[in-house]
Ligand binder design. Structure first.
Ligand SMILES: [Zn+2]
Ligand SMILES: [Zn+2]
Length: 459
């Protein structure tokens, strides 16, 4: 009797559509930038054991307290202490969705206004590696197990099934396309945060999330030439989705801009958003007759909080306003732009370029230094604009601004009126949620945000 050959697991970096099998993913959980020199891990899997660098089992007597020690690790459990160059913890049977460990105080939303720490339960194998800047924790697990975690971290696992399926297809496509250079110098392929995709382990899985992942196993968006479509997503497009070339500087095959409203409702007039229609675009209320999907006008506030999950707070992301006082504005810029360390007064903000969603993609700031010399700095991306104009991070760069000035021309107050949350490219998570609540299938949601893509099983 012939058995099919047993294929060794392949990693995400080795994967291509021709592989016809699901890869494993290496996900950074605690990163060097976190600068953790101590951490606590509880081993919770019944047949999971910590192994030192020589493969010897470390007996567990309570939580593992792990700290940097020279070039290696010191591991303490109960009254015993071990020194080892590295540590791995793996279940003895093949990985599934059962947690192997709980890692305490894992950062989420690093550098953004929503930053916090969470305890995360991780399945599969976990490696702890010492680096000079701090300890690294890497989770090595099958892509489908990772995706169940992603779709319950990006939004809540309580979301409607068809939303979770669409989110899973898009997250899988982005991961498999693997076109954005990230973490090439790190011992992991993707991190656990907004830089890549949020992943907070498997401690808060819902039945819907498990079903959504299983029902779409291997299903990805493909471009016309058969490559996996690099499908981005963000929290709220604000009404019109952005083009990748305006956010990252290059186009992505199959990723277009769409109006986030039912066809024929008049919203098409805002594609593209330009200086001419920007004012009326920002005047659009959430409950407009144009029925913007991410306006969420039919969904009550409490339900939105439940759907957003553990990290995000409900807010008016579709349309928002923000006032920044002089001291805060100047401090943000001095803190975040090294060339502006000597700034004593902001004198102007000049919009140089906008994308198709109203997002500013290039802006100049004019300011005076301590010698009263006028200077200019350019903010060349929507990311930098969002970073510099807010103490943590601005929701989006799709805004108009007004200023109040002192008699010497210094800006004393900056008021922004904006739309959306995030870069706005690809699937709009809040819009997709609204579509699912209104009864749209995952297939229809994917076709709405990626009209140039087609769905196909790649393994
Ligand atoms: Zn990342
Ligand atoms: Zn939207």
């Amino acid at each position: 009797m012939d058995f099919p050959p047993v294929m060794p697991p392949i990693t995400l970096l080795q994967w291509s559509p021709g592989a016809r099998q699901a890869p494993t993913v290496r996900v950074g959980i605690i990163l060097a930038r976190d600068q953790y020199h101590r951490l606590r891990i509880d081993v919770v899997g019944p047949d999971s054991h910590p192994l030192d660098a020589d493969g010897k089992t470390i007996p567990v007597a309570g939580p593992l307290d792990i700290s940097s020690s020279g070039n290696g690790l010191q591991v303490q459990s109960g009254r015993s202490t071990w020194e080892t160059p590295s540590l791995s913890i793996a279940p003895s049977r093949p990985a599934d969705l059962e947690p192997t460990v709980i890692v305490r105080d894992v950062p989420a939303g690093r550098g953004f206004h929503w930053q916090k720490t969470l305890d995360v339960a991780l399945p599969g194998a976990v490696e702890v590696l010492p680096k000079p800047s701090g300890l690294l924790v890497v989770n090595v697990l099958p892509i489908e197990a990772y995706l169940v975690g992603v779709i319950t971290a990006e939004m809540s696992g309580e979301c409607p099934l068809e939303f979770l399926k669409a989110q899973c297809i898009v997250a899988r496509s982005w991961l498999l396309a693997h076109t954005e250079p990230k973490h090439e110098q790190d011992p992991y392929e993707r991190c656990n945060d907004d830089c890549c995709q949020r992943y907070q382990g498997v401690g808060a899985l819902s039945d819907a999330a498990r079903i959504a992942t299983a029902d779409t196993r291997g299903l990805a968006l493909l471009t016309a030439d058969g490559t996996v479509l690099d499908a981005n997503y963000s929290k709220s497009c604000g009404g019109v989705s952005e083009l990748p070339e305006h956010v990252w500087g290059w186009p992505k095959p199959g990723v277009t801009s769409v109006v986030d409203a039912p066809s024929g409702c008049g919203a098409e007039a805002f594609l593209p958003v330009t200086d001419r229609n920007l004012g009326s675009f920002l005047d659009e209320p959430a409950a407009s007759p144009r029925q913007w999907f991410c306006g969420l006008s039919d969904i009550d506030h409490e339900a939105v909080g439940r759907y957003l999950g553990r990290v995000d707070e409900p807010d008016d992301y579709f349309r928002w306003s923000l006032a920044v006082e002089r001291t805060v504005l100047e401090r943000n810029i001095r803190d975040k732009v090294p060339e502006a360390a000597t700034l004593t007064a902001m004198t102007d903000l000049i919009v140089r370029r906008r994308g198709v969603s109203g997002r500013i993609t290039q802006m100049s700031l004019e300011w005076r230094d301590g010698d009263n010399v006028s200077r200019t700095i350019d903010l060349p991306s929507e990311y930098q604009i969002r970073e510099v104009l807010h103490p943590k991070f601005l929701y989006s760069s799709a805004f108009t601004h007004t200023v109040e000035r002192a008699s010497d021309g210094a800006i004393t107050r900056l008021t922004l009126r904006g739309a959306g949350w995030g870069h706005g490219v690809g699937l709009c998570q809040i819009g997709a949620l609204a579509m699912a609540i209104q009864g749209a299938s995952a297939d229809r949601i994917c076709r709405h945000y990626f009209p140039a893509g087609r769905l196909e099983h790649v393994y």
